[in-house]
Design a binder for this molecule. Sequence first.
Ligand code: NAD
Length: 284
Amino acid sequence: MSLDHTAVVGAGTMGNGIAHVLALHGFDVTLIDVSPDRLDAAVATIGQNLERQVNKDQIAAADKEAALDRIDTTPDTDAGVQAVDLVIEAVPEEQDLKARVFGDLDQHAPDDAILASNTSSISITWIGAQTDRPGQVIGMHFFNPVPVMTLVEVVRGQRTSEDTFEAVAGLAEELDKHPVEVEDYPGFVSNRVLMPMINEAIFCVMEGVAEPEDVDTVMTLGMNHPMGPLTLADFIGLDVCLHILEVLHEELGDDKYRPCPLLRRKVTAGELGRKTGEGFFVYD
Ligand code: NAD
């Protein structure tokens, strides 16, 4: 199955990174967002990030220009997906929104197109059930920043076909990523393992076991993690961490995933991490 012409829906943090990587590896990309401003910002960000790769001698200047030439943009999803082989959805993590977007994609993308979602926590089986082509719906879970991080969790929904899986895992390899096959259970592998660790680090702070910087130092120096769990939580966004823990808690029904009250308190106070200037640490 050839996936030459692709579309990315949602031009935010993840969407612009996914479009960057696709275009750099020779795929035509239609980048779609309801907000024309976000589209302009995404193309500017991709240009800057490609320039950084040129400056580091990772790619040639001509590669940058060729990649930018492969990207076109539109605020019109229905028109943008009419002639594509693959759509990768990266709109905000809201169940109703994903249902609406996949309903539209199912109606307007070619019948044989694959519809992938970059969701972190919504069931791929459920997303597939919003369409008439669940065999062609799959999770393609990239990590931030997409041009740098090599992991892609390729998530099989209950009805995802073998052909769809093979095509998407093959694409991830063509993008110089490392695909890992994952079944559709809450949090996949990444968040199922990571979020309880972050949550436990927050319990340590709440219970006065250690200060945030000391919790992080234990994990960086003692476990050789490149980044402490609280620094990582601030980077991901404390609201995102809370949301994923709530999904794990509700869907797996085990109290070991209950979100720490201190995490909830910080989110309520608007201390969401780097993006608001304060989380467990303060940022300029
Ligand atoms: P974001 O808020 O940065 O970007 C989302 C974009 O989608 C925005 O530009 C918004 O204008 C656009 N959008 C909203 N509704 C739309 C619609 N109906 N049609 C087209 N565009 C629409 O979000 P993000 O951080 O890039 O996250 C996107 C997805 O990726 C989420 O499902 C999230 O869980 C997942 N994810 C995020 C990260 C991360 O670190 N940020 C990592 C892995 C997966």
